[in-house]
Write a protein that binds this ligand. Structure first.
Ligand code: SF4
Length: 76
């Protein structure tokens, strides 16, 4: 389960976030690339924009369920 106390700083403000456990595997960006981006230099993914439509919300939920280290979460 993602830890909202360890959100990476680049997350866009809002309910969805990536936490510091991210290992930059890149999977979530393939699944929910409209809302997630990978910072290769920093070594983590982050929420570049919060979902604005149901299909983006669904993609983020898919990404969260597939993340190998459970680093994607939502406060919503
Ligand atoms: S799937 Fe998880 S570990 Fe992989 S880049 Fe995304 S948040 Fe990081």
């Amino acid at each position: 389960m993602a830890d909202k106390g360890k959100k990476v700083a680049r997350n866009a403000a809002g309910p969805w976030y990536v936490d510091a456990n991210c290992i930059a595997c890149g999977l979530c960006v393939e699944v929910a690339g409209e809302n997630l981006e990978l910072d290769w230099d920093a070594g983590f993914a982050f929420v570049k924009c919060q979902p604005g439509e149901p299909k983006q919300e669904a993609a983020l939920q898919d990404a969260a369920s597939q993340c190998p280290v459970e680093a994607i979460g939502s406060d919503g």
